[in-house]
Design a binder for this molecule. Structure first.
Ligand code: GDD
Ligand code: MN
Length: 377
């Protein structure tokens, strides 16, 4: 097997037949396979199965009932299942033209790089297929931000956000990747220094269907960037900081409404605790949720910890205000800061700590999903 083509799909039924036909045309004479890693909620798996039967090359379908880590998680699942060492990752909507595959392979054949990136932003490439001005601007700005944060690792890459690339999987420690959302190439390039080459390509318009890009993906991307660069604790701090500000604003508002500062602090804390938990679930610890039991149990632990923390914090707040004559909002800020460290440790080790380690199955062909999580990013 010379090449595994990995295609993540989410409701891409109308694109499958044309995609397979065009990939097949480009790779005639090559020993290759196509692996669809599918999280669809519609009839896409059925369409893939039907179309696969009509091709002259191996097409495999991994349908995930639990779409862990979205698009990025699907690509990693594809790497694990791939039979070839070199994997080509491309979208299933034909925005990544299969006609560019030979140029990617030619560049890789020179033998001096670990990954060949199909770039929209290197000279000769275009991003015309991006839906509108907003998408174009967001793409440009986030690319700049990302490159600024990883000046060395991304020095040779003009388009770390592309989803179209050819990778030597021997150069990557697949199990150390922590995919979340869309930006799987960034995850790969930021982990360790790879030798990167680029090939320009025209990012085409979607063949059919709708884009799954969204504001949520944007927020996921910013979290991923923070965690890749500064570690999980900094993302936790960012969420905590936002929570602390919300907490103080709510408290201030309640005081303005005539509440005494103690009940105001209590109400503000309860609201913040629930909001914080949701942000931790979906952003900071999204990749550890899987191994840490049920969401309800996590909420109970998190809620209990934060309330005990608040119960301890309020008397301290009282002492600071009545005894040391600190302004109440400033004193509240101080206690929130001290509570932060304890909260991070508790959440990382207890709330999101691995509960049931799934047995390492040596016999099963599909590697265990999400095994070996650790606390570092
Ligand atoms: N398995 C799986 N699970 N596939 C998904 C998921 C998911 O949760 N979400 C999206 N996909 C698939 C889509 O079906 C498509 O094949 C591919 O991933 C890209 O998704 P689109 O919805 O078409 O995203 P896009 O065109 O807005 O984004 C593309 O371009 C960006 C650059 O602007 C992607 O290639 C991004 O990775 C890329 O950063
Ligand atoms: Mn697309």
């Amino acid at each position: 097997m010379e090449l595994s083509v990995i295609v993540p799909t989410f409701n891409e039924g109308p694109n499958i037949a044309e995609l397979l036909e065009r990939i097949g045309a480009q790779l005639a004479g090559t020993a290759f396979e196509v692996i669809f890693v599918d999280d669809s909620t519609d009839d896409t798996p059925g369409i893939i199965a039907r179309e696969a039967a009509a091709t002259g090359f191996p097409v495999r379908l991994i349908h995930r009932d639990e779409p862990v880590a979205g698009l990025g998680g699907a690509v990693v699942e594809g790497f694990r299942a791939a039979r070839a060492r070199w994997c080509l990752v491309m979208d299933g909507d034909l925005q990544h033209p299969p006609e560019d595959i030979p140029r990617l392979r030619e560049r890789a054949a020179a033998g001096d790089v670990d990954v060949v990136v199909a770039s929209r932003y290197v000279s000769g490439g275009t991003a015309n297929g991006l839906a509108d001005v907003t998408r174009t601007t967001v793409s440009r700005l986030s690319t700049m931000l990302t490159k600024a944060m990883f000046p060395r690792k991304l020095a040779a890459c003009t388009d770390p956000m592309t989803g179209f690339f050819l990778l030597d999987t021997d150069a990557v420690d697949i199990e150390s990747l922590r995919p979340r959302g869309f930006k799987i190439l960034l995850e790969i390039l930021a982990r360790r220094q790879l030798r990167v080459a680029e090939v320009p390509f025209d990012f085409a318009a979607r063949h059919a269907g709708l884009s799954k890009a969204s504001l949520t993906q944007g927020v996921r991307f910013l979290t991923q960037l923070t965690m890749l660069r500064f570690g999980r604790m900094s993302a936790f701090a960012l969420v905590g900081g936002a929570g602390a500000i919300a907490n103080l604003v709510i408290m201030w508002g309640l005081i303005r409404l005539g509440f005494d500062y103690i009940p105001a602090a209590l109400i503000a804390s309860e609201i913040t605790i629930v909001g914080n938990f949701l942000l931790l679930e979906y952003l900071v610890f999204a990749d550890m949720r899987d191994d840490s039991g049920r969401m309800r149990d996590r909420f109970v632990k998190s809620f209990a910890f934060n309330n005990i923390e608040a119960i301890v914090r309020i008397p301290v707040l009282w002492v600071l205000v009545e005894g040391a004559h600190f302004p109440s909002v400033f004193a509240a800020a101080l206690t929130l800061l001290v509570a932060f460290i304890a909260r991070f440790l508790f959440h990382a080790l207890v709330v999101y700590g691995p509960r049931k380690r799934r047995a390492a199955t040596t016999a099963a062909p599909e590697p265990v999903r999400a095994a070996g999580r650790s606390l570092d990013t």
